[in-house]
Design a protein around this ligand. Sequence first.
Ligand SMILES: Nc1ncnc2c1ncn2[C@@H]1O[C@H](COP(=O)(O)OP(=O)(O)OP(=O)(O)O)[C@@H](O)[C@H]1O
Length: 252
Amino acid sequence: MTAALLEIEEATRRFGGLVAVNEVSTHVAEGELVGLIGPNGAGKTTLFNLISGFTPLTSGRVRYRGRDITGLKSHQIGRLGIARTFQNLRVFPNMSVFDNVSVGATGAVGLPFFRAVAGGRRRSDAISRRSLAALERVGLVAQADDLAANLAYGKRKYLEIARALAMHPDLLILDEPAAGLNESETAELAAFIRSLRDEGLTVMLVEHDMALVMSICERVVVLASGQKIADAPPDAVRRDPAVLEAYLGVDE
Ligand SMILES: Nc1ncnc2c1ncn2[C@@H]1O[C@H](COP(=O)(O)OP(=O)(O)OP(=O)(O)O)[C@@H](O)[C@H]1O
């Protein structure tokens, strides 16, 4: 059996009286591509925030490579090998494509804005190499000197992925990467995510595009109202009565 890279144990996050994530336990094995789905407000982004240290847990634990990372700051978690993208793009529009990616290469993602930007502008050889390699991987080398604001929306999504890849992660967490993309862009993205996994990267993916999740993920975790209601391969999740019920009446 492949060792668990990430273990989530009864993760809970309350916001006042609302339990956004309610005692969710799951694990991700090294090299797996796992989807996280659920109706709007199910707690998907909050769970990603708990894993990546952007939101503290109310209770429960997160372990990465057997190490308890509960309570670590997001940039510390980033340095341990967990990188993420965001539902709402966090590209710095007035910086170049290259500088945006350098923020990842310096491990500055998750630091306050000004420290992150300062990090992105520190161009040591190693950082430049990492940044260029990440841009190459997503096909944006030719745009390295362009302002991020001038990239088409679909390309900005790849820029965000490049910034995460520049951190040299072992676990990549993608929050709604296909949102706003058209059908052919989504198909291209699906193939790209699959290729990352084929290269050995472990990937967790929150996505509303069910076809994308079902076609590329090996396992799908389903949340509804903060609770885990399914955790199985796509075929089983598709037929799961609890999942069908959770989605009933919800326009996905
Ligand atoms: N910072 C916060 N303060 C208060 N409530 C929050 C906060 N973040 C999330 N919530 C609430 O927690 C619940 C889960 O939100 P979350 O964004 O994790 O859901 P989601 O499954 O990612 O939804 P969507 O698919 O719409 O992005 C929602 O009811 C949301 O309003």
